[in-house]
Design a protein around this ligand. Structure first.
Ligand code: ZN
Length: 166
């Protein structure tokens, strides 16, 4: 396993539509391992392959408590409700914004064994999944943010924003 370099800013992989994975080869499994290791190294809660410069439809997500999910060709098949919440991104360092997202999503994907999985997610996990799947379309959270903020300048008394970059 290896920690990969995270690409940032105007790297073209961040603005490309990622290609579906046709075969879950050893290389794909290895890549998913590297993505998970890289996500943990940088204390993210999610990582999409374009963030390490690879335009394939692969994401890893861990909302905490060691609930690692490695998802191949993930697709949102249902969205419901609306929530606004803070987001950051390892590929857009130092910037945070309030981003509207669906409250609940249903995602279908393949797991590393090639088995179809269906994830029903709400709240924070739903937000992470939407953020990561956006990466596969070349969309960044800064495209959707309704306002930007400096986490150090939030007014006292407010809940501290979740600052885990994804
Ligand atoms: Zn991101």
């Amino acid at each position: 396993m290896a920690i990969r370099k995270i690409v940032t800013g105007s790297h073209p992989a961040l603005r490309s539509k990622a290609a579906p994975v046709k075969k879950i080869s050893e290389a794909v499994l290895h890549l998913l391992e590297d993505m998970a290791e890289t996500m943990y190294e940088y204390k993210g809660v999610g990582l999409a392959a374009p963030q390490i410069g690879i335009t394939r439809r692969l994401i890893v997500v861990d909302p905490g408590e060691d609930r690692l999910m490695k998802l191949i060709n993930p697709q949102i098949i249902e969205m419901e409700g609306s929530q606004e919440g803070p987001e950051g991104c390892l590929s857009v360092p130092g910037i945070y914004g309030e981003v509207p997202r669906a409250t609940r999503v249903v995602v279908e994907a393949l797991d590393p064994g090639g088995k179809a999985v269906r994830i029903e997610a709400e709240g924070f996990l739903a937000r992470i999944l939407q953020h990561e799947i956006d990466h596969l379309e070349g969309t960044l959270f800064i495209d959707r943010a309704v306002r930007f903020f400096d986490p150090a300048e939030e007014s006292p008394g407010e809940e501290p924003p979740e600052e885990e970059p994804v």
